[in-house]
Design a protein around this ligand. Structure first.
Ligand SMILES: Nc1nc2c(c(=O)[nH]1)N[C@H]1C(S)=C(S)[C@@H](COP(=O)(O)OP(=O)(O)OC[C@H]3O[C@@H](n4cnc5c(N)ncnc54)[C@H](O)[C@@H]3O)O[C@H]1N2
Ligand code: MOO
Length: 401
């Protein structure tokens, strides 16, 4: 379509305009979802010494014979090692997680022994050395445990904590301002006057950007007044990213782009061959990236997924490509041929009970509708000029929840 760029091109432009932000320190307990700015390198061995994997007795394997008593000479507890050495015919009571005393090469588990006073008798033949976790088995001093640019999930947080790190160097969270637009908008909680509409894009966008790891900053509402709009844009200056929802189209009151241009904003792209989302645009105001989304609620939501999410992930230091990562499923309904815009249909994913993933586009795809949006958990993607497809065909989708 003339004058419209493809979604992939739009994402390429956005990714080129996003630099990874600087680093900051973050408590390991607060680091979920953050991206490491540096490698994590172990400064100690884990375990720090050979360690028992079971509750029982540290012994010499060669001393173990069924019915032949050993002398229990002490105890090794987790955090309180036995100080001596095990000699021929001796055993030390040991707990899971305790260091294995010098001289021992086997843990006789308590279920396979009988204890009477200081005498310990194996009741089951011991065939091979066992139940000792070697020093450094998990990691050794100097090992790289996690590489820079890794996004921290709960298991990687466990590894950082095990490495002894209370603070981690992570990429700063992008600070994102959200501006919604329309004289018709009012805040949830206010009485609804005639002609007015509750602002659903503002809360939705704040929820979306938070779920992608951004830090919501200034939030405002612009109307149809150019001066007031310029004042809004000025208030947002200094953020890493400004999202403007609404006023993106060509109507006489859609003055957002005029205000942006008058403040010296530099347009990066305008309009995409995308449905919903044709009026989406992107630019730069000072050092702040600005992404303009259409005001229709489903359009704002979908274009935020497609355009804002990659910007936030890239600024947060995560690897993200211009191509959208898609999954495949079998469609339950036939679809007509697609038009010239790449389309994303609100859809529901299910399982046919035999392990096959099914996808059902929701009936009414009008971009003003919130109920199908809230029912959906996937966006079914149709390429530009996609042919009609039969029920049962394999189609591509992007999970959206
Ligand atoms: N002549 C043309 N008209 C339109 C075109 C076009 O190409 N030529 N594009 C259409 C498309 S596609 C869309 S999408 C909309 C986008 O318009 P805007 O971005 O200017 O959005 P608004 O006009 O401000 O609002 C559209 C619609 O959404 C409601 N809205 C806006 N903000 C919110 C909010 N924060 N919460 C809830 N609802 C909101 C608003 O009341 C309108 O009903 O333009 C088409 N027109
Ligand atoms: O982008 Mo409009 O979002 O096609 O309804």
């Amino acid at each position: 379509m003339s004058g419209l760029i493809s979604l992939t091109e739009a994402r390429q432009h956005i990714l080129q305009a996003c630099e990874t932000l600087s680093a900051e320190q973050c408590a390991v307990t607060e680091a979920l979802g953050r991206t490491l700015a540096q490698d994590i390198v172990a400064t100690h061995d884990q375990p720090a010494a050979d360690m028992s994997a079971m509750d029982g007795y540290a012994v010499r394997l060669e001393d173990c014979a069924v019915g032949q008593a050993l002398d229990v000479i002490g105890e090794a507890k987790a955090g309180d090692p036995f100080q001596g050495t095990i000699d021929v015919g001796q055993a030390v009571r040991i707990s899971t997680g305790a260091y294995v005393p010098e001289g021992a090469d086997h843990i006789l588990i308590q279920e396979e022994s009988e204890r009477k006073g200081d005498k310990l008798t194996p009741t089951v033949q011991q065939s091979a050395n066992g139940f000792i976790r070697a020093k450094g088995r998990d990691f050794a001093s100097g090992d790289t445990l996690l590489s820079a640019r890794k996004t921290l999930a709960p298991a990687s947080i466990a590894l950082c904590a095990a490495a002894g790190l209370a603070q981690l160097s992570v990429i700063c969270k992008p600070r994102v301002a959200v501006l919604t637009n329309g004289n018709e908008l009012c805040d949830p909680g206010e009485p609804l006057s005639p002609g007015m509409l509750y602002d659903s894009n503002g809360p939705a966008l704040v929820a979306q950007i938070t779920s992608w790891g951004a830090s919501p900053g200034w939030q405002g509402r612009g109307g149809d007044d150019l001066r007031a709009m310029k004042a809004c844009l000025e208030q947002a200056l200094g953020h890493d990213l400004l999202i403007i929802a609404g006023g993106a189209s060509v109507g006489p009151h859609d003055i957002v782009r005029d205000a942006f241009a008058e403040l010296g904003g530099e347009l990066i792209f305008s309009r995409i061959a995308l449905k919903p989302g044709k009026p989406a645009w992107c630019g730069r105001l000072g050092s702040m990236l600005v992404i303009g989304l259409p005001g229709n609620p489903a359009s704002a939501f979908v274009t935020a997924e497609l355009l804002v999410k990659p910007a936030i992930l890239a600024m947060s230091g995560q690897r993200v490509g211009a191509e959208i990562p898609l999954q495949t499923a079998r469609i339950t309904d036939a679809l007509p041929a697609n038009g010239p815009r790449e389309s994303f249909l609100r859809a529901r994913v299910s399982d046919d009970g035999a392990g096959e993933i099914l996808i059902t586009p929701l009936g009414d795809q009008d971009s003003s509708l919130l109920r199908p949006l809230a029912e959906s958990d996937a966006l079914l993607r149709r390429a530009q000029h996609d042919e009609a497809c039969e029920a049962g065909a394999t189609v591509a989708y992007m999970p959206s929840r």
